[in-house]
Design a protein around this ligand. Structure first.
Ligand SMILES: NC(=O)c1ccc[n+]([C@@H]2O[C@H](COP(=O)([O-])OP(=O)(O)OC[C@H]3O[C@@H](n4cnc5c(N)ncnc54)[C@H](O)[C@@H]3O)[C@@H](O)[C@H]2O)c1
Ligand SMILES: [Zn+2]
Length: 395
């Protein structure tokens, strides 16, 4: 990727190109970057959880940098998946209208993936589209959701069913925000980081294996910066090549681990909803009883995809062991939780919105660092993989 700054990478999309820049320990520089790009007034969209932690400092930094924003321009909404609804988007739009924002205004999103997706979507439809800036505060948002321009909300019938492509004006990352993020979400986000290594960069994967993950979890600024920038670089290169996820395009590579992972996630979330908590009673701290399980399910999904690649003789078992070891070092699961039926997972995989006309498509590694899309896998083989990754198959 062409970029002049060491702490920056560019998403190249002609006139909609933008930078992703990491500012370790330097909120003032981050705010100055935003001030340089924002033409008119700004509104800050953040969450009830993040606002008391970081809202005041961030607003002060923006004002000190010369951004035209007042305390009244701060729109605070709920976050977490349950808040990713049209009602929350409406609340954001109400806030923009109440403050008489115009087409020259810019929305600044301070939060995790939910706030970024909500604020980005509100910006996409307010006055038929105004610019927005992403200031991600979770690992998922820093390495994944803030980049790529997918915005939107969930529908009762499925995740992310409503939305728009709307690329941000810029993405600015302050690694220190991860200091207040809980451990479960930090580790979950690293599943996506590991994914980038598997799909595109064996050297990056080796760095993660040789202490990169531990340094990241200890929030070493250099390690966080490296992981965020390399992840964004890889995502940016893929998005630049295939912005709108065309049929057969490379954006599908980002779904490595997600065909299995989404199936596992759907069944785990269904168990939670029905109150039939998967797994042994009393293990409330188990990962599968948490509100956010995406990263953990993707970790198991990546292990399943590797198993499948081994069965198809695309890769050796030694590579599976490497991935498994790295996931375990990261504190991520590699096995399907007890009580979650492989048959139910297979059903859920077949009804996922990314399954094209009922055909399951898998992104499978040919080595650490490169992948291939395969759509010719018999369901029986998929089921065998799932059973092989399940500790208990009594269901
Ligand atoms: N647009 C995309 O391309 C894309 C890609 C991946 C994921 N997503 C979306 O992102 C969402 C998941 O994002 P997420 O994992 O960031 O979830 P999230 O935004 O719900 O954040 C997770 C939790 O962490 C809290 N939090 C956030 N930052 C914090 C901080 N610095 N300190 C303390 N607490 C903090 C939030 O309040 C929330 O409770 C999903 O809705 C998913 O669909 C979108
Ligand atoms: Zn994901």
């Amino acid at each position: 990727m062409s970029n002049t700054k060491a702490n920056s990478t560019q998403v190249q999309l002609a006139e909609r190109s933008y930078d992703v820049t990491v500012y370790p320990g330097d909120l003032a520089a981050l705010a100055a970057d935003i001030a340089n790009k924002v033409a008119g007034r700004a509104a800050l969209v953040t969450s009830r959880r993040i606002h008391p932690l970081h809202g005041a400092d961030f607003l002060a930094a923006l004002k000190a940098a010369g951004v035209a924003i007042e305390a009244e321009d701060v729109i605070v909404v709920d976050d977490g998946e349950r808040a990713k609804t049209m009602a929350t988007v409406s609340a954001i739009l109400d806030g923009l209208v109440a403050r008489r924002h115009t087409r020259r205004s810019t929305v600044i999103a301070l939060g995790g993936g939910v706030i970024g997706d909500l604020a980005g979507f509100a910006a996409a439809i307010f006055l038929r589209g105004i610019p927005y800036v992403q200031v991600p505060t979770t690992v998922v948002a820093m390495v994944d959701s803030a980049v790529g321009g997918k915005t939107g909300v969930d529908h009762p019938h499925g995740k992310n069913l409503i939305g728009a492509f709307h690329q941000p004006l810029l993405v600015t990352v302050h690694p220190e925000y991860l200091g207040t993020l809980d451990d479960h979400n930090r580790r979950g986000g690293l599943a996506e980081v590991i994914k980038y290594g598997v799909i595109r960069d064996s050297e990056f994967f080796s760095w993660l294996e040789s202490g990169g993950v531990q340094a990241f979890l200890a929030l070493d600024p250099a390690a966080v910066s490296r992981a965020v920038l390399r992840s964004c670089e890889i995502k940016a290169a893929i998005v630049s090549e295939d912005e709108f996820e065309s049929e057969g395009g490379v954006r599908a590579h980002l779904n490595f681990g997600h065909t299995f992972g989404h199936g596992i996630e759907a069944v785990v979330l269904r168990h939670q909803l029905e109150g039939t908590e998967a797994g042994p009673v009393g293990r409330l701290k188990a990962w599968w009883s948490r509100e956010q399980v995406h990263g953990q399910c993707i970790a198991v999904g990546m292990a399943c995809a590797m198993d499948l690649a081994v069965r198809l003789k695309m890769i050796s078992t030694a590579e599976v062991m490497r991935l498994e070891k790295l996931l375990l070092t990261t504190g991520l699961p590699t096995r399907i939780p007890p009580g979650v039926s492989p048959h139910h997972i297979l059903d859920a995989m077949a009804t996922d919105k990314k399954a094209v006309a009922g055909t399951l498509r898998f992104v499978l590694p040919t080595a650490i660092g490169s992948v291939e899309v395969r759509g010719d896998i018999p369901k029986e083989t998929v089921l065998e993989v799932l059973i092989g990754r399940t500790d208990e198959t009594r269901n």
